[in-house]
Design a binder for this molecule. Structure first.
Ligand SMILES: Nc1ncnc2c1ncn2[C@@H]1O[C@H](COP(=O)(O)OP(=O)(O)OP(=O)(O)O)[C@@H](O)[C@H]1O
Ligand SMILES: [Zn+2]
Length: 616
């Protein structure tokens, strides 16, 4: 919710109410315990010896009759008279010099109340609310000025309040399950923060900006906190969406504020969550708030450039959209290091479950490995939720320990309830396993292909699974056979699906795209088609800098265009034949790989070799 003009208004209204209460009360008190009578009436009663005592304060007089007098009740002259003992009256401003002698002679008990003090009290009571009102307005105005012009509407709520948190952390790497590679990469940061001087002497390159990249809930924030905890330094964190307010200037001043606080607390870590909220490419924004975002981003860039090498501040940021970030953020000296955080595989999921069940009593039937294997695609946050949900279900049934069935039900609830989660059904998992096994198998069986580095059925980005091949060394020249084999590998996924399920799925789309593009290049750029020969065509050409396809211009005949299409299709067809032949003659190996994938989710190159060697 945005603080608004309502707040000051509300405060003012409250003050006026208080003022009224005070002032009104005072006036009421003045006439309290007495019916107001005229001065003449008072003198009459006095003359009748009916006044017992009076107290005089300035021109105001309070008193008590000896015998009750019938008078209309206070404030209502027309009502029926009631017997009255106490009265008040005002002495005429011109004074009455005969009053005191008369009171004395009638032996009336007289009390005099000093007017001086009361007058002063009156004044204070009268002025106090106004002083408060003016004071609060001044406070608001000051808040606005210190926060830039943008704060005009919301100054009151924010003045003095910090939008970031700073703390000393007691989270360590032992609280972060798995993520071994990421931890390894961050060790250097910890070494640096622990002893900057020593680190520099050894000659380490000072880490300044580190970008944690990974899907939501995979523990980026947790990891950043653990780095601070391991190094024992202060941790300043903010979510970048908090930088962006409706008003220009607020974000930039918050960035400045954040960095200057962190600089005062060195060594320290600044953590910016959801970096993409401010870090989107400049000029790519739309509509309002765009200038504000750009200003905030510029401020962030200039703060990072402003670090001198001896300032012991490390900036960490998290995003799940590295692709939209402004390239300026990724330049050397800024976020020039990426730490990629992946969805956990089942072994890591088991470790995460262990961390989150540390304080929860589990019944003997719970095997966390089984639950870990049954939750592919879930992140650390999902698993934490699963454990909590399981505990709630158990508590609702008045159980003292959490059992397997509670966790299973929690899992079903989460899987059914959330679009947020990448839910993978068992069928999908099987299709993906065969698809990836197909790629891997063809790659292994064909000579002259890049070695298989890793095969996984864990979702990554939009892909349900990945088969990674890494070239052994940098290559610039690819022979035709190598490219043909590459086409066959790319088609292996689809062919394997067909072999197993006699059907194909949409999962092969990006494979087909890659295949088409590669075949097009082979024919049109590299002259690898016999029928067409050593000619190049402006097709499949890429702009050298932008990586974009150039607009097609036709400098060749219809006839040639048709032939080119035939050739491209021909290359693809023969690659597909190759893949089919390999897969159909090695069905047992395909099954073995797919089974291993379903079991282990991720296979590295060595494991792929083992599985294939063991298969008939
Ligand atoms: N590897 C892990 N080990 C233990 N707990 C984890 C792990 N990953 C995530 N969690 C749990 O999930 C919670 C959410 O994780 P965290 O906020 O760090 O994710 P995130 O990647 O920063 O997500 P977002 O992108 O949504 O900010 C953590 O508080 C933690 O309890
Ligand atoms: Zn594929």
């Amino acid at each position: 919710m945005k603080p608004s003009i309502w707040r000051p208004l509300l405060v003012t209204a409250l003050l006026i109410f208080l003022f009224d209460l005070f002032y009104g009360n005072f006036m009421k008190q003045a006439s309290e315990r007495g019916t107001e009578i005229t001065y003449t009436r008072f003198r009459d009663e006095l003359a009748n010896n009916n006044v017992k005592r009076v107290s005089i304060r300035g021109g105001f007089l309070k008193g008590e009759f000896n015998a009750p007098v019938s008078l209309p009740p206070p404030g209502d002259a027309k009502a029926a008279p009631t017997p009255t003992t106490y009265f008040t009256a005002y002495i005429p401003a011109i004074g009455d010099s005969t009053l005191m002698p008369e009171l004395n002679s009638r032996r009336v008990d007289v009390t005099a109340v000093p007017t001086d003090g009361t007058g002063f009290t009156n004044l204070i009571l009268y002025l106090l609310p106004w002083v408060l009102i003016i004071g609060i307005w001044w406070f608001i105005m000051r808040g606005m000025r210190s926060q830039g012009p943008g704060a005009i509407m919301g100054g009151f709520a924010r003045s003095g309040a910090k939008s970031y948190t700073s703390e000393l952390i007691n989270v360590t790497f032992s609280d972060v399950a798995g993520l071994e590679e990421a931890k390894q990469e961050l060790r250097e940061v910890i070494d640096y923060l622990k002893d900057p001087k020593k680190f520099q002497q050894i000659g380490g390159k000072v880490p300044k900006g580190i970008l944690l990249v990974g899907p939501p809930g995979t523990g980026k924030t947790l990891l950043a906190r653990a780095v601070a905890g391991e190094a024992g330094v202060s941790f300043f964190s903010i979510s970048a969406s908090q930088f962006i307010e409706m008003f220009v200037g607020v974000g930039a001043s918050r960035v400045r504020d954040l960095f200057s606080s962190a600089r005062k607390a060195v060594p320290s870590i600044i953590f910016i969550d959801e970096l993409d909220a401010v870090g989107r490419s400049r000029g790519a924004g739309f509509g309002g708030g765009h200038d504000e975002r750009e200003q905030t981003l510029n401020q962030l860039l200039s703060e990072m450039d402003g670090f001198d090498p001896h300032e012991e501040v490390v900036v960490m940021a998290a995003t799940n959209r590295p692709d939209v970030l402004d390239p300026a953020l990724l330049r050397p000296g800024r976020f020039d290091r990426n730490v990629v955080i992946e969805r956990p595989d089942w072994r890591d999921r088991e470790k995460i479950l262990k961390v989150h069940t540390r304080k929860i009593p589990l019944s003997a039937d719970v095997d966390l490995a089984v639950i870990a294997k049954g939750t592919p695609g879930m992140t650390g946050a999902d698993l934490e939720g699963l454990v909590n949900e399981g505990a709630i279900i158990a508590a609702r049934e008045n159980q003292t320990v959490v059992g397997l069935q509670h966790l299973e039900r929690a899992k079903d609830k989460i899987l059914m309830g959330g679009e947020r989660h990448m839910v993978i059904s068992d069928d999908e998992k099987r299709i993906t396993a065969y698809h990836e096994a197909g790629h891997a198998l063809v790659a292994k069986l064909l000579p002259s292909t890049d070695p298989v580095h890793k095969v996984t059925i864990l979702p990554r980005g939009r892909a349900l699974g990945v088969t990674q091949q890494l070239p052994e060394d940098d290559r610039y020249h690819y022979p035709r056979t190598h490219l043909m084999n590459r086409l066959a590998v790319a088609l292996g996924g689809r062919v394997a699906e067909k072999a197993m399920f006699n059907d194909v799925s949409t999962g092969a789309q990006s494979d087909l795209k890659m295949v088409t593009e590669l075949a097009e290049k082979m024919v049109c750029q590299w002259g690898m088609s016999e029928r067409i020969g050593a000619m190049t065509f402006p097709r499949g050409e890429e702009h050298p800098f932008l990586g974009m396809k150039l607009a097609e211009e036709k400098t060749f005949s219809e006839e040639m265009a048709w032939q080119i299409d035939q050739e491209i299709a021909g290359l693809i067809r023969s690659a597909e034949e190759k893949a089919k032949e390999l897969i159909y003659t090695n069905r047992a190996k395909l099954d073995a790989l797919a089974t291993a994938l379903l079991e282990e989710e991720t296979l590295d190159g060595r494991r792929v070799d083992e599985v294939l060697a063991a298969a008939p």
